[in-house]
Design a protein around this ligand. Sequence first.
Ligand code: SF4
Ligand code: SF4
Length: 164
Amino acid sequence: MNWLKAFNPSDIAGGMKLTGKRFRQVLFTANRRKVPMHFVAEYPEVKVKLAPRYRGRLTMIKDEQGEIKCVCCLACEKICPTQVITIIKGKKEGRKMPFPTRYDFEMERCIFCEFCVESCGFDSIILNHQFELATYNREDFSLGMEGSENMFENSAVGKFSVAE
Ligand code: SF4
Ligand code: SF4
């Protein structure tokens, strides 16, 4: 019978060994010393530690002088599979390179593929570590360069969820 083949004695023994180890830890270590054994994060009280390469919300980067790094090459806009980035190229006094007068991002259709970041040759954008991106209003998903919901800071909707 096929289902019998799924019962590999060495797998079962391995599983039981791990279960026994955890049981002993809790019974003899945690309970006696009153040390809490936590295998999960107590979110949202405790901030979750994310993997360094976690893909959160698209964010624009400024340089040390506070200047927007984006030079409007439009690579991110063109490569985005869901077409959620719209850039308007402009000029800024005292700046040789083109300057984005608008950088609009419709987050509700972003699939966090990171193609935009990979295509940027100027390290002007990242996917940050913000993961709590739910909101009650669709308008909150429309980000630009100005206003409270902007491309430089974390979205207000997820202020409690930014990992360190
Ligand atoms: S992560 Fe992907 S879907 Fe989101 S903006 Fe970048 S390219 Fe577009
Ligand atoms: S790829 Fe980088 S430099 Fe080019 S438009 Fe996008 S953010 Fe700006």
